[in-house]
Design a protein around this ligand. Structure first.
Ligand SMILES: [Zn+2]
Length: 376
């Protein structure tokens, strides 16, 4: 079968459309999934452009891709799934350390050892290929009517994990969030903004995308507020975000840092309302150092009960919630989730991919969307 593989290159990773063996069922709990499409995100960009990959043990190449939408082609007798079911899959697999209570209880997104595997990212083949074999406990059924946006379940699960964590943490009081700030307007930022809108919040998005860009227009079309970020001077809070927040005259109950630009993670802390929470979701490597006004930030955190959390990956429950949320978003903002998938690629186009030309989100089709329904 065809697969997109990577191996270490001189600068950028070597990306190839290769022939690899088709996987087979190895247990009654497994399924073989025919891959319909796979979304690409910042992690894939990092793996390809920055030559950042952790290959499976003993191998010098790997199939990449971790945002899967597929159809069950063969189902083991104890898989609980049937041929023709639309599915996606969790990305992370538990570590083998018996003392890792989180991995042992199915919460590998909170692995304590860091020795987990992630399909297409860390130590395990990913999903950019024609067929994938997987144990059903890592496979999540997607309702057939959600097929047009099912490839967004994995990125939405990242948003749902954060929202779940925020709700648990904020049980420390009566919390009724009304305003949210989202920094970054890539797929994750847009999904966070859409989610906050469905939760009834006023949403403000701060991002480098210019006025008139699709990102900015999408935010406004869902009733959100958009402001283009200025250029930051190296080492300083100078993007204009603090001034923007001061103009608004309101603190934010929740802030989603989706840009991965580390200085913003600190700059936003004073912009929280009393009792607010900042969630850090993205990481962009190599951003140098920053002069942080530590005394002011420390005082803000203590005197106003502020909270900051980091969050990565997602659980099976987060995937299930993500499917529900995407259905709600589609009902409330019809067509928006389709619009977000801006660049559809064939597998043949992936080796030469230029990420700077991806408008919002790239999706690689292994089966043409026109044929998906015939496989159900
Ligand atoms: Zn673990």
């Amino acid at each position: 079968m065809k697969a997109i593989t990577i191996s270490s290159g001189k600068e950028r990773a070597n990306v190839a459309l290769a022939d690899v063996p088709k996987p087979v069922l190895t247990s009654a709990e497994d399924v073989v999934i025919r891959v319909l499409c796979v979304g690409l995100d910042g992690t894939d960009r990092e793996i390809i452009v920055d030559n950042f990959a952790r290959f499976p043990e003993g191998k010098s190449d790997m199939i990449i891709g971790h945002e899967l939408l597929g159809i069950v082609a063969e189902a083991g007798a104890e898989s609980g799934l049937s041929r023709g079911d639309a599915v996606t899959a969790l990305v992370r697999r538990p570590c083998g350390d018996e003392s890792c209570v989180n991995c042992r209880s199915g919460q590998q997104d909170f692995c304590r050892t860091g020795l987990y595997l992630e399909r297409g990212i860390q130590g395990a083949d990913g999903f950019l290929c024609e067929y994938v074999a997987e144990n059903a406990k890592y496979v999540v059924k997607v309702p057939a009517e959600c097929l047009p946006y099912g490839v967004l379940v994995e990125p939405q699960s990242i948003v749902e994990k954060v929202w779940n964590e925020a709700q648990i943490i904020q049980q420390r009081m009566l919390w009724q969030p009304r305003t949210a700030l989202v920094t970054g307007s890539g797929p994750l930022g847009l999904l966070a903004a859409l989610t906050c809108r469905t939760l009834g919040m006023d949403v403000y998005v701060w991002s480098k995308s210019p006025e008139g860009s699709l990102n900015a227009d999408m935010i406004r079309s869902i009733g959100g507020h958009y402001r283009q970020a200025g250029e930051s001077a190296p080492g300083e809070f100078a993007s204009g975000l603090t001034e923007y927040a001061q103009q608004l005259g309101t603190g934010f109950d929740m802030i989603w840092e989706c840009s991965g630009y580390a200085p913003l993670g600190f700059e936003v802390i004073p912009l929280l309302a009393h009792n607010g929470i900042v969630a850090l979701l993205g990481v962009t490597p190599g951003q140098g150092r920053l002069n942080v006004p530590s005394d002011m930030i420390y005082r803000e955190m203590v005197a106003k009960n502020k909270c900051i959390i980091g969050s990565v990956n997602a659980s099976r429950q987060d995937f299930a919630t993500a499917i529900q949320r995407l259905c709600t978003i589609e009902q409330q903002y019809p067509g928006m989730l389709g619009k977000l998938q801006t660049n559809r690629l064939t597998p043949r186009q992936v080796p030469e991919i230029d990420f700077s030309r991806i408008s919002i989100k790239a999706v690689v089709d292994f089966v043409s969307p026109a044929e998906w329904a015939s496989l159900l």
